[in-house]
Design a protein around this ligand. Structure first.
Ligand SMILES: [Cu+2]
Length: 274
């Protein structure tokens, strides 16, 4: 316990230096003002889905293009830019993210790795995290399970500065291959028991190529990703018949604790800015 406290303290002490490094790197990126970043979307949950995405910046205008396939035909796929604009280095999860061992990496498990929603990639209207599961404004895969998406958004300077810290996640899987979201495939969503797990579990994830220099590894500080996580809404849930948003503050508190524990056992994640 003492050792853990000490390592946390060390991480906090190291923070100002790490932040300074991050700011130094990002002000250079911001000064450029433009840039295009390719993302390869790789399957999660053995979904078989994959794709490519491009993030293009012109000042504070961000154009997001996504071409993906292997999705659930005719179904809406929630999609987001996940991660942190506070210099935390989140990643796409691997199979080890399935910490409850039920065979599905659900969104709560994956959020430990890929961070909270930063921008909801809706087709129209708001793009904030509260639109995370606004399925009526999410793109729908065609009959072949393909999806094309393009939208230009005005984003904050923090997003411009930390674009390389964000990644794209698309959600929606079909575990029982019956071409729809249903409860038989993987049970209830941990986010909202009224929704099938198939509708909310991530189907693919892709990081911006070239990690940002100076990013703080996940768990490097105890407080997580700052304002967005403090609000405690990793995934806004659209319930049946209306916008019933669920704030999962309790879940996040547990996750934060788990993140710290994970970090304690993870080599190289002691808060250094490597
Ligand atoms: Cu997401």
């Amino acid at each position: 316990m003492i050792a853990k406290r000490t390592s946390r303290l060390a991480a906090l002490v190291a923070l100002p230096a790490a932040l300074a490094l991050t700011v130094g790197a990002s002000s250079q990126a911001a000064a450029e003002g433009t840039g295009a970043f390719q993302i390869n979307l790789a399957q999660l949950n053995d979904s078989g889905s994959k794709g490519t995405a491009m993030l293009s910046l012109q000042g504070n205008r961000l154009t997001v293009k996504i071409e993906s396939e292997g999705l659930v035909p005719g179904q809406p796929h929630a999609q987001h830019l996940h991660g942190s604009t506070d210099g935390h280095d989140f990643h796409c999860p691997d199979a080890s993210a399935d910490t409850n061992g039920d065979g599905v990496i659900n969104n709560t498990e994956a959020t430990v790795d890929y961070g909270n929603i930063n921008i909801s990639l809706t087709t129209k209207g708001p793009t904030d995290m509260m639109s995370g599961l606004a399925v009526d404004r999410m793109p729908v895969a065609d009959a072949q399970g393909k999806l094309s998406y393009q939208r230009t958004l005005t984003v904050s300077q923090a997003v411009v500065d930390h674009i390389k810290d964000l990644h794209i996640v698309q959600h929606g899987i079909d575990r029982n291959n019956n071409q729809k979201y249903d409860f038989d495939g993987a049970g209830k969503s941990e986010l909202d028991p009224k929704l099938p797990q198939e509708a909310t579990a991530p189907t693919n994830c892709g990081e911006v190529k070239g990690a940002a220099v100076g990013s703080i590894p996940v768990g490097g500080v105890e407080t997580g990703t700052g304002p967005s996580e403090e609000q405690g809404v990793p995934f806004a849930v659209l319930g049946a018949g209306g916008a019933a948003f669920v704030a999962l503050t309790g879940v996040l508190t547990v996750m934060r604790r788990r993140k710290t524990l994970l970090a304690a056992g993870r080599p190289g994640s002691n808060g250094s800015a490597a």
